[in-house]
Design a protein around this ligand. Structure first.
Ligand SMILES: *Cc1c(COP(=O)(O)O)cnc(C)c1O
Length: 376
C-alpha cells in the first residue's frame, strides 16, 4: 500500500508536472515575476469559473479577508460576527483592524455558523457577518443574506476551504460559494482545494465600486501611480504561483469530485456506528467539497483513537482543538461559556481523516478498518 498522507501533494504534482513546469519556466524566461501575464490570465479564468464579476488576486487568504474588510470601510468598534469554530485567521484580521469580533456558536451537524446564534448577537453596532464555509461545506447563505438585508449588514464569505462548492438557494438558483455575499476571500495555501506552491489568495466581488477600491488597497492604496489615496497594503499573488494555479484551475472540479468520492467511501464504511457521526451534507450534494473529512467520535476516547491511527501510520488531525473564544488572544469577558455549547463539544469530538485527491480504495479500506477495529 502507498504510504498514507494527510495531504498528498507530490502524487498530484507528478500527474501535472509537465504543465506546471512549463508554466513556471515561462515565468522564469520572461522575468515578469510580479504582475506578469500569468496573474492576469488566472484572474480572468477564475472570474469565469466562479461566475464572479471581479477577482482580485492577493498574497494569501488572511490578507484577502483583511483587505475585504478594509474595502468595505469597516471602522474601529464596528462589530463583526463570525464563527467560534474556525481557523484563527478569520477572527485575527477582525481584531487586527480594531473591529470588535463577536464569536458565535455553530451547528452540530454542519459545523457551520448558527443562524440562531447570529440573530442573538446582532446589535445596533453590528456591521458585518463573516460566515466560513467550514471544511468545504457551504454555510446557510439564504438565511444569512436575509438577516443581512434585514439589518443592513455586509456579508464577507470566508471561502478558504470551499472553492468550487455550489450553493443552491431556496429560489432554485445555484451559485458558486464566494459569489453570494457582498465580498469573499479565498486562500491558495498548498493544502487547500485549489492550492499553489507557496502562499496565495484572492478576493471576489460582483460590486464594481468595491472591486476598484480593493484593487487600490492591495497596491499601497494607489489608483494612479505614486498617488496614494487611501492607506493600503502590499499584497500580491506572484507570477510563479499564478502559473501553478493556471495549471490546476482547469482540474479543480475533478479534484473536488475525487474528494467527494473519497468522502462517500469513508462514510459508507463508517455508517451507522454507535460511536461515529459521519459528515452531514446539508442541501445539494455538490455543496460540500470536503476540504476536510471530519468525524465526530461520541461516547468513546477520541484521543486514544487518534493515537491508535497514528501508531498504525495513519495521519489524522484535530481541526480545531480549542474554541476561538477560549484562545488567549481572543478571550473576552463579553463571552459566556453557555453561549458555545456546540463548539465546546465539537472540540472534544472531532477527528479529521486524510483527505486529498489521491486516496485509493486500499488506503481508505485500511483507514476505516483500523478505526472500526479500535472502536469495535
Ligand atoms: C487557510 C484559511 C485561511 C487563511 O489562509 P492563508 O492563505 O493561510 O492566509 C483563512 N480562513 C480559513 C477558514 C482558512 O482555512
Amino acid at each position: 500500500m502507498k504510504k498514507i498522507q494527510m495531504v498528498d501533494l507530490k502524487s498530484q504534482y507528478d500527474r501535472i508536472k509537465e504543465t506546471v513546469n512549463s508554466g513556471i519556466q515561462e515565468v522564469l524566461d520572461n522575468t515578469a515575476y510580479i504582475n506578469g501575464p500569468q496573474v492576469h490570465s488566472f484572474q480572468k479564468s477564475l472570474e469565469e469559473y466562479l461566475g464572479a464579476k471581479h477577482v482580485i488576486p492577493c498574497a494569501n487568504g488572511t490578507d484577502a479577508l483583511q483587505i475585504a474588510m478594509m474595502g468595505l470601510g469597516l471602522q474601529p468598534g464596528d462589530e463583526v460576527i463570525t464563527a467560534d469554530f474556525t481557523f484563527a485567521a478569520t477572527v485575527e484580521v477582525i481584531a487586527l483592524l480594531q473591529l470588535t469580533p463577536v464569536l458565535v456558536d455553530v451547528e452540530a451537524d454542519t459545523f457551520n455558523i448558527s443562524i440562531d446564534a447570529i440573530k442573538k448577537a446582532i446589535t445596533p453596532k453590528t456591521k458585518a457577518i463573516v460566515p466560513v464555509h467550514l471544511f468545504g461545506q457551504a454555510a446557510n447563505m439564504d438565511a444569512i443574506m436575509e438577516l443581512a438585508a434585514e439589518h443592513n449588514l455586509y456579508v464577507i464569505e470566508d471561502n478558504a476551504q470551499a472553492i468550487g462548492a455550489n450553493y443552491k438557494s431556496k429560489d432554485g438558483s445555484s451559485k458558486k460559494v464566494g459569489t453570494i455575499g457582498h465580498v469573499a476571500s479565498t486562500s491558495f495555501f498548498p493544502s487547500k482545494n485549489l492550492g499553489c506552491y507557496g502562499d496565495g489568495g484572492a478576493i471576489f466581488t460582483n460590486d464594481d465600486a468595491l472591486a476598484h477600491t480593493l484593487r487600490g488597497i492591495v497596491n499601497h492604496g494607489m489608483y494612479v501611480r505614486y498617488h496614494h489615496d487611501v492607506v493600503g497594503v502590499n499584497s500580491r499573488l506572484d507570477s510563479v504561483q499564478a502559473a501553478v494555479l493556471n495549471a490546476k484551475l482547469p482540474l479543480l472540479d475533478q479534484y473536488n469530485d475525487a474528494r467527494q468520492l473519497a468522502a462517500s467511501k469513508y462514510s459508507s464504511a463508517l455508517a451507522n456506528h454507535k460511536n461515529i457521526i459521519t459528515p452531514v451534507i446539508e442541501g445539494a450534494k455538490d455543496s460540500h467539497v470536503f476540504h476536510q473529512y471530519t468525524l465526530r467520535i461520541i461516547d468513546a476516547d477520541r484521543d486514544a483513537l487518534m493515537q491508535h491511527l497514528l501508531d498504525n501510520g495513519i495521519p489524522c488531525a484535530i481541526y480545531y482543538p480549542i474554541p476561538l473564544h477560549a484562545q488567549k488572544a481572543y478571550a473576552d469577558s463579553r463571552y459566556d461559556e453557555s453561549d458555545f455549547p456546540v463548539t465546546n463539544q465539537l472540540c472534544k469530538e472531532v477527528l479529521s481523516l486524510p483527505m486529498h485527491t489521491e486516496l485509493d480504495d486500499e488506503q481508505i479500506g485500511f483507514i476505516t478498518n483500523t478505526i472500526l477495529d479500535f472502536l469495535k
